[in-house]
Design a binder for this molecule. Structure first.
Ligand code: NAI
Length: 336
């Protein structure tokens, strides 16, 4: 099949080229994100291969379908950036990579928790400047603290196992409870109970109409004073303005983010010699108790290998006319 890969970085190309040795597809790589402006680049390609910040809205999908595209191969687990109802209507097959390394994201989540708690970001800078004072670096022992996980799918479950191993009390909400986690000591509770009981809250659910802005002013008011909030899932799970208020009035004691609602204009590029025009993001950077990484939680050798292999396997299955694994439609999500 001929494939147009959007939002290509050097590492995407390297891993896809390696994986393609056993598939033999004709792949062209485009650096820009897929948007209404760049969609003409996809004309004539059977498959459009997209990542998290590519636009697959109604306009773009119509243009793709009218110009020969039959399949959207997502290099991500999340598919909130695709208008699935329109994709279904146009007969476009949409496939994703359901689990490329839940451990990569879970371990990064723990990295954010540890960095915030023991102020490793601040300590790193101080020591480099010959400042060995400890004031302002005090942390707390994680053992015995309550961690609340919103979502115990692949990533939430992997995070739960690490936190249980560290001696935390782990509570969670998920419409589909995981019995194995219950047997290991995790307790499912209602969302308001999770907000009220948790010392650390970490989000691992997908972004949907229902979950958008689940962390809003009302939710923050229900939380413990000084709560640690971690989001490695999708930016719009948080109402960022409400979170900034929570940081200013010190209700939120720590904030760790790997995702941001307006990340598409910032993340995955070097903007170090430019002015950041997003005042909300710039405000977040001013807090000493906020650590932000640029959507790197997945970014491991293992995850990139799986992303490349699964993406090309999905495409090859489509080419062979068999059932395409990992498809998503507006009605159902097929895993595996
Ligand atoms: P998954 O599909 O295995 O698990 C999601 C879980 O959330 C499911 O068990 C589902 O029942 C539950 N859920 C759905 N709505 C919920 C709600 N309103 N409240 C509580 N639970 C709810 O997905 P996985 O692989 O664990 O990924 C989770 C999210 O992590 C993805 O949707 C994606 O947005 C994000 N992600 C972030 C990455 C990064 O690099 N930062 C990389 C990969 C995924």
């Amino acid at each position: 099949m001929n494939i147009a890969v959007f939002s290509t970085k050097g590492y995407d190309r390297r891993f896809l080229e390696t994986a393609n040795q056993s598939h033999g597809h004709a792949i062209d790589y485009f650096e820009p994100r897929l948007t209404a402006q760049t969609m003409p680049l996809a004309e004539g390609y059977d498959v459009v291969c997209a990542f998290v910040n590519d636009h697959l809205n109604a306009d773009v999908l119509h243009h793709l379908a009218e110009n020969g595209t039959k399949m959207i191969a997502l290099r991500s687990a999340g598919f909130n950036n695709v208008d699935l109802a329109v994709a279904d209507e146009l007969g476009l097959t949409v496939a994703r990579v359901p689990a490329y390394s839940p451990y990569a994201v879970a371990e990064h989540t723990i990295g954010l928790i540890m960095t915030l708690n023991r102020r490793i970001n601040r300590a790193y800078n101080r020591v480099r400047e010959g400042n060995f004072a400890l004031d302002g670096l005090m942390g707390f022992v994680l053992r015995g603290k309550t961690a609340g996980l919103v979502g115990t799918g692949q990533i939430g479950a992997a995070t739960a196992e690490i936190l249980l191993g560290m001696g935390c009390e782990v509570i969670a909400t998920d419409p589909y409870p995981n019995d194995e986690l219950i047997s290991k000591g995790l307790r499912y509770v209602e969302l308001d109970e999770l907000f009220a009981e948790s010392d650390i809250i970490s989000l691992h659910c997908p972004l949907t109409q229902e979950s958008r802005y689940m962390i809003n002013e009302r939710a923050i008011n229900e939380m413990k004073p000084g709560v640690m909030l971690i989001n490695t899932s999708r930016g719009a799970l948080l109402d960022t303005a409400a979170v900034i208020e929570g940081l200013k009035n010190e209700k939120i004691g720590f904030l760790g983010l790997d995702v941001y609602e307006e990340e598409e204009n910032l993340f995955f590029q070097d903007l170090s010699d430019q002015v950041i025009r997003d005042d909300v993001f710039a405000r977040l950077l001013t807090f000493p108790n906020v650590v932000i990484t640029g959507h790197q939680a997945f970014f491991t050798e293992e995850a990139l290998t799986t992303i490349a292999n699964t993406t090309l396997e999905n495409i090859s299955a489509y080419e062979q006319g068999g059932p395409v694994p990992n498809t998503v439609t507006s009605e159902r999500v097929v895993s595996g």
